[in-house]
Design a protein around this ligand. Structure first.
Ligand SMILES: CC(C)(COP(=O)(O)OP(=O)(O)OC[C@H]1O[C@@H](n2cnc3c(N)ncnc32)[C@H](O)[C@@H]1OP(=O)(O)O)[C@@H](O)C(=O)NCCC(=O)NCCS
Length: 305
């Protein structure tokens, strides 16, 4: 039922060139990005009657139409690219494509399009398991420095207030060059851009960058001490695509090879589900005191091999 409502809605929108939807706070929409947000919002607001919604199928269809192999971006990105980056032209192109999609769907049937979409998702899932990683270098520091606040402000927003995130950027969330020098910090790249980073440590510190570190950071004894997992940050556009998992796999392998049999982590609330997925157990929940007025809830986690 929803499927049909949705299709009708888009048909109505499409018949009114230049119309202004009301997706944003100003009640204004004439760009493909706004349309995308509007439609996503519309879908989210409904109880979707099927796990592969109309838009998912449309995403597949657009990727297929443009011969984009992995469907890694959403339809609005492909349409915008096709329209040469011109938002207004992309907005118009969307409706032409949507009409074409509906005709195609009538011709081959929604099930066929859905089946192709599911196959594409499975292919994507296969791909995302194993991101190629490399060790971070000193000259990656500016890119990692830039990535950290982008990751924190987007991916920690469900867990922390803006005041907590801003206060922790720097003292808690920052590059630790010591990990880079130790060869225990990994980066994942996409088209030459760093989209995720994270690592492990054979040293005492459990979190924080090296800039404000006044204490020495002595090496641990693998026979007695627990190694650390440290400083995972993924770009929000690449979240939940297996980058964190790939870096964790690389860390655990290296930790094991270095002779450690236990790992401790001080995790953010945003990081907790990733580590829990790797079998880490919560030891303690506590607050990192950042200043007199700001505390950051954190979780001490551990795992033995
Ligand atoms: C934590 C973080 C690094 C995870 O990176 P990621 O690349 O998105 O994680 P992955 O896609 O590899 O996720 C692997 C598994 O972890 C779990 N997981 C990761 N993020 C999750 C979330 N937001 N909610 C629930 N489970 C989550 C899931 O089990 C997931 O497997 P699935 O996608 O097959 O369900 C990322 O969210 C991040 O950068 N957060 C902000 C910075 C931060 O707080 N870092 C942690 C410091 S301790």
């Amino acid at each position: 039922m929803l499927r049909e409502n949705f299709t009708d809605l888009l048909r109505i929108i499409g018949k009114r060139p230049g119309l202004h939807l009301a997706p944003d706070k100003d009640g204004y929409c004439d760009s493909i990005r706004e349309l995308y947000s509007f439609i996503l919002g519309f879908e989210m607001a409904q109880v979707v009657d099927d796990d592969t919604s109309v838009l998912n199928a449309f995403t597949f269809w657009v990727c297929h139409h443009y011969g984009v192999p992995d469907g890694s971006r959403n339809w609005h990105g492909h349409i915008l690219e096709r329209a040469g980056g011109d938002d207004a032209a992309a907005f118009r192109l969307f409706f032409e494509l949507f009409e074409e999609y509906l005709k195609d769907r009538e011709a081959v049937g929604p099930e066929a399009i859905q089946a192709r979409f599911i196959a594409m998702l499975e292919e994507l899932n296969r791909k995302r398991k194993d991101w190629p990683l490399r060790l971070a270098r000193e000259d990656d520091v500016p890119a990692i420095d830039a990535l950290i606040p982008i990751s924190v402000r987007a991916l920690q927003a469900p867990y922390y207030s803006p005041a907590q995130m801003e206060a922790a950027l720097g003292p808690v969330f920052a590059v630790d060059r010591q990990l880079i020098r130790d060869g225990t910090y990994f980066v994942a790249e996409h088209e030459g851009q760093i989209v995720g980073c994270g690592g492990w440590s054979r040293r005492q510190s459990l979190y924080g960058g090296d800039a404000g570190r006044s204490e020495p950071n002595p090496e641990l004894d693998p026979a007695r001490d627990a190694a650390r997992v440290r400083a995972f940050f993924v770009h929000p556009s690449w979240a939940r695509r297996g980058i964190g998992r790939s870096i964790m796999n690389a860390c655990e392998e290296a930790i094991h090879e270095a002779g450690f049999r236990r790992v401790d982590i001080v995790a953010t609330l945003a990081g907790e589900p990733l580590y829990a997925a790797f079998g880490y157990e919560v030891v303690e929940r506590y607050d990192i005191v950042i200043s007199d007025s700001v505390r950051l809830p954190a979780v001490r986690m551990t795992k033995s091999f």
